[in-house]
Design a protein around this ligand. Structure first.
Ligand code: SF4
Length: 60
């Protein structure tokens, strides 16, 4: 399982609030761009999935 960000759902116009809920510091965002998940750091806790109000973060 990988945690991914759906670029069609993420509006990419704000600081991603999921960055600060990640306990593993696995989410990086460059400006207001599409957040990137570091799969090596990610512990698959799914907190970001529950937190994103756009439903843009998904387990695939
Ligand atoms: S699943 Fe958990 S560890 Fe992985 S990116 Fe989301 S919040 Fe971070």
């Amino acid at each position: 399982m990988n945690i991914t960000v759906d670029k069609k759902r993420c509006p990419q116009n704000h600081a991603c609030p999921a960055v600060r809920v990640c306990p593993a510091d696995a989410i990086k965002q460059n400006g207001y761009g599409l957040p990137e998940i570091d799969q090596d750091k990610c512990i698959k806790c799914k907190k970001c999935i529950m937190f994103c109000p756009m439903g843009a973060i998904q387990a695939t």
